[in-house]
Design a protein around this ligand. Sequence first.
Ligand code: HPA
Length: 261
Amino acid sequence: MTAKIAIIGGTGVYDPNILSDISEEKIDTPFGGVRVKTGRYKGKKVAFMARHGEDHSVPPHLVNYRANIYGLRMLGVKNILATAAVGSLNMGMGPGHFVFMDQFLDFTKSRHQTFVENGVVHLDMTEPYCPRLRGVLRDAADKQGLRHHTAGTYVCAEGPRFETPAEIRMFRQLGGDLVGMTSVPEVVLAREAEICYATIAMVTNFGAGISRTRLYHQEVVDIMAENAQNLRGLVMETIEGLDLDAPCQCQEPAQDPGAVK
Ligand code: HPA
């Protein structure tokens, strides 16, 4: 089956329960196999992939981001909505808020960041997160009456441990609003694959040291569960409002015509 839109479900989002006629397939890519569910919502074909596996067994630094994005591209996907649980560094972005971030700072250490293994590609990253998809998310969140922010800078930490308070202070000083462990290289690979990509970041906690209590993964999971209904409503409204075939700058050839071959 083909689909023009995919949801990549992060922590707390493992189940494409808004879809009907669901079937599952395994796609073999040059980077490994991936499992994708496909189904329908309001007549649109939608793919769903659980980033950490359906049993949350794959930690952020071991996710096979290249296989995931390559597999979605093989399915014909042109638009990706990714969900992400995030910590907040910004007192105005509290637990339960949605953020449609527009920038990232990359503090990952051990991840493949490109599909290109022969030759050199310097990919433009002026607008890593698709402004068109972010606009549809904003309209959908307005309609649903959800607390949301239309921009923000996401710091991608390597994990899987949470950050130290000193790291959180540094990230704040550098201009970060949110911290998570998965958006890089996912967004970078989507850009390289010429797929429109936006993240629905959901704040689950304040970063270490801002929050005075210790941080447990269960807290993140609990807040995601409390907000699951809001997230589902937002995703449904967004899919409904999205023109799956709209032309977009993200889908123009990513490679610099003057790139070194
Ligand atoms: N740090 C990193 N990743 C996260 C956090 C955090 O505080 N909360 C949810 N994901």
